[in-house]
Design a protein around this ligand. Structure first.
Ligand code: BES
Ligand code: MN
Ligand code: ZN
Length: 516
């Protein structure tokens, strides 16, 4: 879909979305439209329950006096609460309304609102972002999609007083929208297509954007002593992979920020097999890795002046004659041993080695891991907030604030020795599950045992937010890409220098592979 910014003015065709403030207060563009249609808007307001509250919409078809097919009124709420997020919802709601028709053009009228929390160009850029994010679809495998079920929109035009400034503000947001779609595609792909080596190959394609990508196979990982990660993949026909992506756009002497992602391409539970109901959802168990990869792609594409490494552990958790058994003891790269009580608590086993490798290799400023780690976080927080666990208050605040700004909220969970007690093992340094109680916290305590002293670290449990069963403002149902925008914002706000980006790092050689 093409995005265009233009001067205010009534379009001659297509669908037009205008804002209405709480109390039925027409924005300037709504007023202009009302005049052009002989008061159609005022009549519609009088005849409906629409009051301009945030997220309300009112569809009007083909009013007399204008060439438009449809007009959609969208509630903006109170003027002094209008911000970038609200305009994202505005763009998204307009997109949904326009898609009910069969037109090719949507115009979003964005006004200068003196009380608003952001300038008109910023608001306009975010309206476009909202429309793009909501327009996402995953149709790769729908060969019988009927023409009437296909989207027809080709162009979104945003009218605003300063279209040049809006276009400039939109440039980085366009890159973000593309990165979120890329992440959503990865999450949506089925596991027969997106197995570890296939994922690694896609990650490798980031080299064309200037990311250096290194792929370690099982041989290399065995040499490094990654018995914890390798144990998870040992029941699978597919070779486990560790992918290391570096974007070095900052000062070469600066330690990077590290993002570590859980990439379980499919989680059957292993020998501790999951029940059949909804097991297909476990194709999304690589969401942490997908978010990490999408983030690196965005940073590279907008030549961010920052050093960020992304490390993803890619495995398939399968039951088979070679699979790991409950009771097995594995040795991690850190030297610590783990008694595997439940083979379905595999994410933490993958992250243990990926985290250790990341710290040993990069001595990062901060490490943030993302993982669809526990069903317990869905019980605790539901599907709106992701769980945040951290040993660092400043890093926690940076993440939580960024999450609020972009609409990916986090909720900080407690940690402590009392929880760590629960993963003591009788025969090894620890066990991989802590029992029914506080399941997300004991999982985080497990990860913390692989965080080196003094290392700032945060863990985001995204099990409840990665896949949505119901569409929300800027997220169609399905893969949300939760975490991409949050991390992008956090890095842009706190780690990116104002200096121009350095040359991207040169690509490194890829390790050879054994199994397919
Ligand atoms: N991938 C799952 C967690 C999950 C659950 C993600 C629901 C998305 C939606 C994880 O590997 C898992 O199986 N966790 C177990 C841990 C338990 C065995 C201690 C769980 O949550 O049941
Ligand atoms: Mn599992
Ligand atoms: Zn899992």
């Amino acid at each position: 879909m093409k995005v265009v910014f233009a001067q205010p003015g009534l379009p001659k065709s297509g669908c037009l979305a205008v804002g209405v403030l709480e109390g039925g207060l027409l924005t300037p563009s709504a007023r202009e439209l009302d005049a052009a249609t002989g008061g159609a808007l005022a009549r519609a307001l009088a005849a409906s329950r629409f009051t301009g509250k945030a997220d309300q919409t009112l569809d009007l078809l083909a009013p007399a006096g204008v060439g438009l097919d449809r007009i959609v009124l969208i509630g903006l709420g109170k003027a002094d609460a209008v911000d970038a997020r609200r305009l994202e919802s505005f763009g998204a709601a307009a997109l949904v309304a326009a898609e009910k028709g069969k037109g090719t053009e949507l115009t979003l009228a964005v006004d200068v609102l003196a009380e608003a929390k952001a300038s008109a160009p910023t608001l306009a850029a975010h309206a476009a972002l909202g429309a793009l994010l909501r327009a996402y679809r995953f149709d790769t495998y729908r060969t019988k999609l009927k023409p009437e079920d296909k989207p027809t929109l080709k162009t979104v035009t945003v009218t605003v007083s300063d279209p040049v400034a809006a276009k400039t503000a939109f440039a980085p947001l366009d890159v973000i929208a593309e990165g979120v779609s890329f992440t959503r595609d990865l999450v949506s792909e089925p596991a027969n297509v997106l197995y570890p080596a296939a994922f690694a190959k896609i990650a490798k394609s980031l080299e064309k954007d200037g990311v250096s990508v290194e792929v370690l196979g099982e041989k290399e990982m065995a040499k490094l002593g990654m018995g914890s990660l390798l144990g998870v993949g040992q029941g699978s026909e597919r070779e486990s992979q560790l992918v290391v992506m570096r974007w070095m756009g900052g000062n070469p002497d600066d330690a990077p920020v590290a993002i570590v992602g859980k990439g379980v391409c499919f989680d059957t539970g292993g020998i501790s097999l999951k029940p059949a109901a909804n097991m297909e959802e476990m194709k999304t168990d690589m969401s942490g890795a997908a978010v990490t990869t999408g983030l690196l792609r965005i940073l590279a594409r907008r030549k961010a002046a920052v050093n960020v490494v992304g490390v993803i552990g890619l495995v398939e958790n399968m039951p088979s004659g070679t699979a790991q058994r409950p009771g097995d003891v594995v040795k991690s790269m850190s030297g610590q041993t783990i008694e595997v009580i439940n083979t379905d608590a595999e994410g933490r086993l993958v992250l243990a080695d990926a985290l250790w490798y990341t710290q040993e290799t990069f001595k990062p400023k901060a490490v943030v891991d993302l993982a669809t780690l526990t069903g317990a976080i869905v019980i605790a927080l539901g599907t709106n907030h992701a769980g945040l666990f951290s040993n660092d208050d400043a890093l926690s605040k940076m993440l939580a604030d960024a999450g609020l700004e972009v609409g990916e909220p986090l909720w900080r969970m407690p940690m402590g020795d009392a929880y760590d007690e629960l993963i003591k093992s009788d025969i090894a340094d620890m066990k991989n599950v802590g029992g029914r109680e506080a399941g997300s916290i004991t999982a985080a305590q497990f990860l913390k045992r692989f965080v080196q002293p003094g290392q700032a670290w945060a863990h985001l449990d995204i099990a409840g937010v990665s896949w949505t069963k119901k569409a929300a403002a800027t997220t169609p149902k399905g893969a949300a890409g939760f975490g991409v925008r949050l991390l992008e914002r956090m890095i842009a706000t706190h780690y990116e220098s104002a200096l121009p980006a350095a040359k991207p790092a040169k690509a490194k050689k890829t390790a050879k592979k054994g199994k397919k």
